[in-house]
Design a protein. Structure first.
Length: 172
C-alpha cells in the first residue's frame, strides 16, 4: 500500500463526514495495525475489496462515538441493538470505501456488501499478507479509526501463457 492510497481514504473520510454528517474530521498520523490501538473499538463496519486491489477496510468506533455519528447521519438516536444502527454503520463504510476506490485511477476494484460487528472487545483480523494501516480520526462526535489492509493483486495469468491459451483456444 502506498501513501497515495492512504491519502485516498483520508480524503474520502473527510468528504463523507463533511457532506453526509456535517462533521469536520481531523486525521491523526497513520500507523501499522500491529501497534497498540489508542482506544477500544466496539462497533466495526467491514467491507472487502477485490480486483486489482484486494483486502479490506474497517471503520471502527467506540460505542459512544458510533451513537453520536449515527445521530448526526440519521437525525435520530439509535441503540446498537437496532438493525438500523448496523445498516447506518455499513452505509458509512460503504461510502468511504466507494469514494476511496474511485481515486484508484486505472485500477479495476470492486467492493463487497458491508458487514457490521458490534460487541465489546471484538477484533477484526486483517489479511496476513497485506500491511494494515490504521488512520485515527477525531471529530466532534468522538474518536474513530479507518483500518485499511489492501494489496495489489498479482497478475492472474502470465502474458506469455495468455498467448498460448489463446492459440490453443483457436486451434480447438
Amino acid at each position: 500500500m502506498d501513501a497515495q492510497q492512504i491519502t485516498s481514504f483520508v480524503v474520502s473520510t473527510h468528504q463523507v463526514f463533511s457532506t453526509m454528517l456535517s462533521l469536520a474530521v481531523t486525521a491523526g498520523k497513520p500507523y501499522t495495525c500491529c501497534a497498540v490501538p489508542k482506544f477500544e473499538n466496539e462497533v466495526s463496519g467491514i467491507i472487502g475489496m477485490s480486483g486489482d486491489m484486494q483486502g479490506m477496510v474497517v471503520l471502527s468506533f467506540p460505542t459512544s462515538t458510533a451513537k453520536n455519528v449515527i445521530r448526526a447521519f440519521t437525525g435520530m438516536d439509535m441503540e446498537p441493538s437496532s438493525p438500523d444502527f448496523a445498516d447506518a454503520v455499513g452505509e458509512l463504510v460503504n461510502m468511504i470505501s466507494g469514494a476511496a476506490k474511485a481515486k484508484f485511477e486505472g485500477k479495476n476494484v470492486s467492493i463487497s456488501c458491508p458487514s457490521v460487528v458490534i460487541g465489546k472487545g471484538h477484533k477484526v483480523q486483517q489479511p496476513s499478507d497485506a500491511v494494515c494501516i490504521t488512520i485515527p480520526f477525531e471529530c466532534p462526535a468522538g474518536a474513530f479509526s479507518v483500518e485499511v489492509a489492501i494489496k495489489s493483486a498479482k497478475s492472474a495469468a502470465n502474458p506469455a501463457n495468455s498467448n498460448q491459451h489463446g492459440a490453443a483456444a483457436k486451434a480447438a
